[in-house]
Write a protein that binds this ligand. Sequence first.
Ligand code: GLN
Ligand code: ZN
Length: 759
Amino acid sequence: MRKIVSGNLGYPRIGRNREWKKVIEAYWAGQIAEPDLRERLTAIRLDNLRTQQSKGIDVIPVGDFTYYDHVLDTAVMFGLVPARFEYDGGPVPLDTYYAIARGNKQAAASEMTKWFNTNYHYIVPELGDREPKLTVNYPLEAYREAKQALQMEGRPVLLGLYTFLKLSKGYGEGEFNVWVDKLLPLYIQVLRELAAEGAAWVQIDEPALVIELTAEDIQQLNLIYKTIVQEVPGISIMLQTYFAAVSGYQQVIALPVQGIGLDFVHGLEGNLSALREFGYPAGKVLGAGVIDGRNIWRSDLKAAKQLLDEIVELAPEAEKVIVQPSCSLLHVPVSLQGETELEPLLKDALAFAEEKLDEVASLKESFSSSSIPALFAENEQSIQALSAAPVRNRHNVRSRVEQALQQPSERKNKFAVRRVKQEQKWKLPLLPTTTIGSFPQTKEVRSARQKWRKGEWSTEQYDQYIQSEIDKWIRIQEEIGLDVLVHGEFERTDMVEFFGEKLPGFAFTRGGWVQSYGTRCVKPPIIYGDVEFGQPMTVKETQYAQSLTQKPVKGMLTGPITILNWSFVRTDIPRKNVAYQIALALREEVEALERAGIEMIQVDEPALREGLPLKREDWQEYLDWSVNAFRISTSSVQDTTQIHTHMCYCEFQDIIDSIQALDADVISIETSRSHGELISSFEEHTYPLGIGLGVYDIHSPRVPSKEEMLSLIERALEVLDPQLFWINPDCGLKTRGQEETVAALSHMVSAAETYREKV
Ligand code: GLN
Ligand code: ZN
């Protein structure tokens, strides 16, 4: 019998009911003291370990838990506290730790950015300010705790040195090696202490190995792991990669470590074909990530077993194969248990973290028992039932997508022609002023929605309330003197959920939370069926707003790629097809708006860049279909109808061709926090369509002066055509208060007026 081992790589921290978030936020609010916080977090941490134990998982990670973010943990473990925070060596105090993450009165927070291609965000380590030293050995503490409290032999997890440095900033080109030299002894110290304590294995996460590796990178990796293995002979290293196939398979498997973990879900093609071609070294453990750690669907266990069979066949020693999720389960919700309201057909087809561990366990079982584990048939049935369901077989949707896939979508005429017609129709002043869509979502707005959802308010009552907000803000916008108005998005909680709730094919969980950053969790919608247009989603409010004013009111939609990237997406059809389905549904909404007399329509794509694949060689394909999806939504309108789009990031240059290819008549982009950078990118590249660079930061309550904004405008107009330039804030204003919003927008409008008077 070819027995294999089962393992896990990381577990959600947040608890079944987001207890983790609540406890930490209570501490921030001063409601509980530090010892209390520590005690409660320990309870969650141990509970997570018990769950994994009860599922029969052999290899359980310890030390993957955190008080905020695991990358920040690694930085503070080495005493890497940015110089602007007070710190006198020794273990980093909890309040300093949180200050780095969130800022305090004296100093700004460290930057936060996306963890590879996930929706998790980590705190970017800032090197260079202080000499690193080992302040506490977190993995050791975690290892000890599990042993003492649960008699568990956990496998400590560490973020690998190579990835840690790749994710850090604050060192110059060519200084990578210098930092390897500084940190390597500290890693060695951590591992020695672990070995002395009795830990046999450690999991070292090196997800950066899936991104292009140069010969120099390989050399550095070799140096790091050769040194570690030499210096700490007492511990075995499981080098764990995930999110894609490793780059340079042959060099990676040759690294002098005792085990390597590969992602056979998101890196299936690359890793499997490399394994087939080059085999796997004898004596090394192989971590086979075959259960998707990034999605919420039950696995086809038969197929997973087949894949494992092949892997076991190709790996010289079967007992050295560990069946495991493709990555940490941090990216999926905790448990399906609380989902009492999902349609059974859908619920049966789902697997969150707890259920995924059952899948891992039963795959292991399938290797040691002569009968097939019951979960195999259960999964097969559920998957088949869902795939046979009418929601997944809307033939009209499928054939429309097929048609759409045939040809790229285009506006009737090129921008040059549309521009003239639009100028005649709209007669806007030079440097037209507008906003990005939302106005303050006050406590009153949210409580009105709660009352309506709970049935305390009738729909008429709620609609009336929304109308009164629209009335108020149309008046305010007119008083301020903005040129293009918006209705304010008061009826929306969230820019994806709002549309998802109205589009057939989407479902919403009660407790399907995943950590986005720090204590912030999101509850992504689930796209489980064919998506199609049901009925108009935004016409009522927009048309109402337009009836109150002579000025144009801009309709406001979320684009297909943003809806896609912020949801859990079905995997039985290509992602691109799902995007096209959403795009076709949105096209009907765009047309409905146009018919209702709304002839400026903004289709927001703040998440376009987020969806970029990890490997650059895959970028173009993604961008091509994404751009096409956007164009499917927006290209059927009249020449005089003005399509706007909006993006909240300023890294623009490397995808500028695709942004231009969206062919939106006007784009507004977040700019103010990195003005110089974005503007200088236009020195080399003239942008030929309408564009508004955000002139003030909406993340802060600070009201910038007219002069400040005017100087940003003048700087931008050194490189951009004033005839195509728009004036707007960075992003929507939903998190701001009324007073500061009115003040800032008034300054913005007078900045535009001052400029117009000058020319
Ligand atoms: N229209 C949206 C708003 O104003 C855009 C939000 C976003 O870009 N994230 O709120
Ligand atoms: Zn934005």
